[in-house]
Design a protein around this ligand. Structure first.
Ligand SMILES: CC(C)(COP(=O)(O)OP(=O)(O)OC[C@H]1O[C@@H](n2cnc3c(N)ncnc32)[C@H](O)[C@@H]1OP(=O)(O)O)[C@@H](O)C(=O)NCCC(=O)NCCS
Length: 168
């Protein structure tokens, strides 16, 4: 693999999808299906990763998903995706989903998670992405969070390997 691609200030770090929750998104309880929310998260993360890297990207990890509040049909959904850490080929993206009642303007955060995309070329091989460097205190905190989550994942993977070897 080559070294990192050059950072570019023109690249959009953030993407927000905005649309109405439709009757086709409903679950058996009359609210928006969790699977529909996960699809929107993946779509927003994908658009953000492609915009940042300039390459086709694939999801390698989705985690820490938390459904804080339900989304109702007819609410305006906003799915915000923001790069908070880059590796060699990976982009760690935080996702925040919110829903607004158009009648009252009342808005609430409904879902959040972390998603990791990897940029790949036409042959499916990983390619380097432009480095993202945090500048504000908030961005430094978010990048630290992404690094901490990567450490936790590594420990979890090692624990699962140990568990698998004990079971055999
Ligand atoms: C993406 C893919 C080509 C990478 O291949 P790979 O052999 O895992 O490559 P690497 O081990 O070099 O890892 C590539 C990057 O992914 C990251 N990565 C791999 N597994 C990860 C995981 N579970 N969580 C977070 N990041 C992960 C690595 O840390 C590395 O990041 P870096 O380049 O910034 O250091 C391969 O994993 C793949 O095709 N996965 C399936 C993707 C897919 O089908 N997604 C669903 C549909 S889009």
């Amino acid at each position: 693999m080559n070294s990192h691609a050059q950072p570019s200030r023109q690249r959009p770090r953030e993407v927000t999808l905005r649309f109405l929750a439709e009757p086709t998104d409903v679950n058996f309880g009359g609210k928006v299906h969790g699977g529909a929310v996960m699809k929107w998260i993946d779509q927003a993360g994908y658009a953000c990763a492609v915009g940042w890297s300039g390459y086709y990207c694939v999801t390698v990890y989705v985690g820490g998903i938390r459904f804080h509040k339900p989304i109702f049909i007819g609410q305006i959904v906003e799915v915000n995706a923001k790069v908070i850490h880059t590796g060699t080929s990976s982009m760690h993206i935080t996702i925040d989903v919110s829903a607004t009642d158009p009648r009252t303007g009342g808005r609430k955060t409904t879902t959040s998670c972390l998603i990791v995309f990897v940029a790949v070329d036409g042959g499916g091989d990983t390619v380097p992405v432009p480095s993202w460097l945090p500048e504000t205190e908030e961005d430094k905190r978010l990048e630290q969070h992404a690094k901490q989550m990567a450490k936790v994942r590594k420990e979890q993977d090692e624990e699962m390997l140990i568990a698998a070897s004990v079971e055999q």
